[in-house]
Design a protein around this ligand. Structure first.
Ligand code: BGC
Length: 711
């Protein structure tokens, strides 16, 4: 791929000023077809004769540093007789602040591009224009760009001293065809209101926390400045609040030219609901700026609806949380100085994600990066791509390597994902056994464990569930998934079956009692508890004694409602789902959240922030509760033997606490939907299924074929 082209760059590192590589050329005759094949270390923004090429935002995307995706664009219609191609580069995910590892691994290379422009003429001749030392290089009007810190653009800037491009000595074997979904502009949101804060600052509210950029429209004089800052929330006094962005400056500066103009940032994104206007030429109106939502081009497949406006807002927030964090990789958050592919967050949310949107291709790409960045010892780094240097796996985080492939297989029914990931899944188990102090338990290692659990000791982020118990439980769970995947692939799994039994025995022997809500949840959900009904009762009692409130963090929360409803406590599960007081899902909704918060108490009931530095308002993890709504409350379940909804079980669990609830998923076989509602003292069920389905209502089974049914 790109065999004839060379990697080229600006001759020296321009820091965070964006360089531009360019070339002028003439078309030699009538053009039949022209394509541009291109990739970059860093992100590129390419234009031909001033018009943007393609609609892939932040191309070539975010991958392991071991590979770079290549894109091909049909540019036939864009060619003229005289042409100028210009490619602006940012450090992006290559050597921007987001990627510490890039600076370590490529100390001598700055951002660079490689491209081939293939033109076939109507007279049968052809021509290839490739990046090489004949290209020019200059500084671009993007005077500054960094994902964390934002963008500065000078509409008047012209580099009067262009130079020749430098050929960079970088291998081409890292080039791979585009694998993931491309990132695209998805929605435009109008400004909702403009207001003055108590401090006197001018702020625009978009009424939705979102990820992306914006377009500004201004009538200005040359040299006028537009300066914007971004925030997710206002503080308790109603002032603009940015401390939770930590070191991410998240700013936008624009120097105007004369006349009417509009501009969309080219190489940066922000997570925001509010924009503070620090300066703006002329009159600022609601039409001066529009928000542009940007995310991976995943197709919406899921829908949830209920009779409760608060619950419906929670559902909305869950979808927005996914849109805001599926930007080529599953990120933890889109606003502060992280925006990383945290493995724990991804595995927690994977099932919900796969019902809400078609994320098969998205996860296939990310899991490829996981495989590539997995250590030789099987270690799965905490963030994928591995932009940080850590070389250890924590329980519930490293397990993304087993949980995500299995879930993607279940939702979409394609064995290939298991084929590709199976060795990585097994290597992860090997890693655990090589690090653990104990043969059949996972002990003596570092973990994030029940991250952000509310039973954390003062000053700690970590809930008080025991590391070694949780780690051993995830060791067991991942082993079970390796067994299942191995069976699907026809591999011999006897060794893992024996391992599973030994881990189970060892956990049961060592942990007779569970201490926290999360420990109970995990013991139930992973099949560890021998006396399920006593364990479930103990969990239920703890929740009730706590005022019908949860205390769970990242590892307990996703399974909490499942553990209750699978063991006779569905009503209590509903009580937690519908709880409005802190801590609960609906608490944040009542506080005005439009996305899912990182912390149950992101804002406490006095309006104060949980913390200054670790407080994202767009973290999708706790949105994983949607999978209980799809799978239990509305009862739409995959069947492991017939994955991808080739066969379905629909076993809704209604409650008197809601008048109606419905869920639907556009599966690979068609639409499945399940709705129940109260009707004159009875419950009616409306079910549509695309496949052979077992409907279970009040314990009674009905086997139905594809079709729509009312019960
Ligand atoms: C991230 C999380 C992540 C965690 C590791 C945080 O800074 O935002 O979501 O999983 O670190 O515990």
């Amino acid at each position: 791929m790109l065999n004839n082209a060379k990697w080229i760059s600006y001759p020296v590192d321009t820091g965070f000023e964006c360089p531009m590589l360019f070339k002028s050329f003439k078309a030699k005759g009538a053009v039949k077809r022209a394509t541009l094949t291109i990739s970059a270390h860093g992100c590129y923004y390419a234009t031909l004769n001033g018009a943007r090429i393609g609609d892939f935002i932040f191309a070539p995307g975010c991958t392991s540093l071991k590979r770079v995706q290549v894109q091909t664009y049909d540019i036939t219609k864009m060619l003229s007789e005289d042409n100028e191609i210009e490619i602006t580069l940012s450090k992006g995910w290559f050597k921007g602040r987001i990627c510490w590892r890039g600076t370590q691994e490529f100390p001598n290379n700055n951002e660079c591009v490689i491209a081939e422009l293939a033109i076939s003429y109507k007279d049968g001749s052809s021509e290839l224009i490739v990046t090489d030392e004949s290209w020019g290089a200059k500084k671009s009007p993007v005077r500054f760009s960094d994902f964390y810190d934002g963008e500065h653009f000078d509409a008047n800037f012209v580099d009067e001293s262009p130079v020749m491009a430098k050929v960079q000595d970088l291998p081409k074997d890292v080039l791979v065809p585009q694998q993931g979904e491309i990132i695209k502009e998805q929605e435009i949101i109008s400004a909702f209101k403009i207001f003055k804060t108590p401090k006197g600052e001018t702020v625009i509210d978009f009424a939705q926390n979102l990820t992306g950029y914006f377009e500004i429209f201004a009538n200005a004089k040359k040299g006028d400045k537009i300066s914007l800052s971004f925030a997710e929330v206002l503080d308790s006094e109603g002032n603009f609040y940015t401390e939770n962005y930590r070191s991410a400056k998240a700013e936008f500066e624009y120097t105007c030219r004369d006349g009417y103009q509009s501009y969309k940032p080219r190489l940066a994104f922000w997570g925001y609901r509010y924009i503070r206007v620090n300066s703006f030429p002329g009159e600022l109106s609601l039409d001066s700026i529009k928000a542009i939502v940007v995310h991976s081009n995943i197709k919406k497949t899921g829908a949830l609806d209920s009779s409760s406006p608060l619950l419906n807002q929670l559902f909305k927030n869950i979808f927005w949380g996914q849109k805001g964090n599926f930007l080529d990789i599953p990120t933890d958050c889109p606003q502060r100085d992280e925006r990383m592919g945290w493995t724990g967050d991804a595995q927690v949310f994977c099932r919900t994600a796969s019902y809400n949107y078609d994320v098969e291709k998205f996860f296939e790409k990310w899991l490829t990066d996981l495989r590539l960045d997995q250590g030789k010892d099987g270690c799965v780094p905490s963030v994928i791509p591995q932009f940080w240097g850590d070389g250890w796996s924590g329980c519930g985080w490293g397990d993304a390597s087993t949980i995500c492939p299995w879930q993607i297989y279940l939702t979409y029914g394609n064995k290939d994902i298991l084929k590709k990931q199976f060795n990585s899944m097994c290597a992860y188990l090997k890693y655990i056994s090589s690090k653990s102090k104990n043969r059949y338990l996972w002990t003596g290692c570092d973990h994030y464990a029940d991250w952000l659990g509310l039973d954390a000791p003062a000053g700690s982020y970590k809930g008080s569930s025991r590391d070694d118990f949780l780690a051993s439980a995830f060791y067991l769970y991942s082993t079970s998934l390796v067994i299942k995947a191995g069976k699907v692939l026809g591999r011999s799994v006897a060794k893992y079956e024996a391992l599973y039994e030994k881990i189970l025995k060892a956990i049961r022997k060592k942990y007779k009692k569970y201490k926290t809500q999360t420990e109970h949840v995990i013991a139930l959900h992973f099949g560890i508890a021998e006396d399920k009904s006593a364990t479930a009762k103990a969990l239920a009692d703890m929740i009730v004694a706590n005022g019908t409130r949860l205390q769970t963090g990242f590892l307990g929360t996703p399974y909490l409602l499942h553990a209750l409803s699978s063991n006779g406590y569905s009503e209590l599960a509903y009580d937690l789902l519908l709880q409005e007081a802190f801590p609960s899902w609906l608490y944040s909704v009542k506080q005005g959240a439009t996305t899912i918060w990182e912390h149950w108490d992101g804002v406490n009931d006095k309006g104060e922030f949980w913390s200054k530095d670790m407080n994202s308002f767009n973290h999708y993890a706790y949105g994983a509760v949607a999978d209980w709504v799809y799978g239990v409350a509305c009862g739409i379940q995959t069947v492991e033997e017939f994955p991808g909804f080739e066969r379905i079980v629909i076993a809704p669990v209604p409650t008197d606490k809601l008048d109606h609830l419905s869920a639907s998923i556009m599966t690979r076989h068609g639409l499945v939907s399940s709705k129940w509602y109260h009707d004159n003292g009875k419950i009616r069920y409306e079910i549509t299924t695309p496949s052979k389905t077992t409907v279970i209502i009040d314990g009674k089974e009905y086997n139905v074929e594809k079709g729509s049914y009312i019960f």
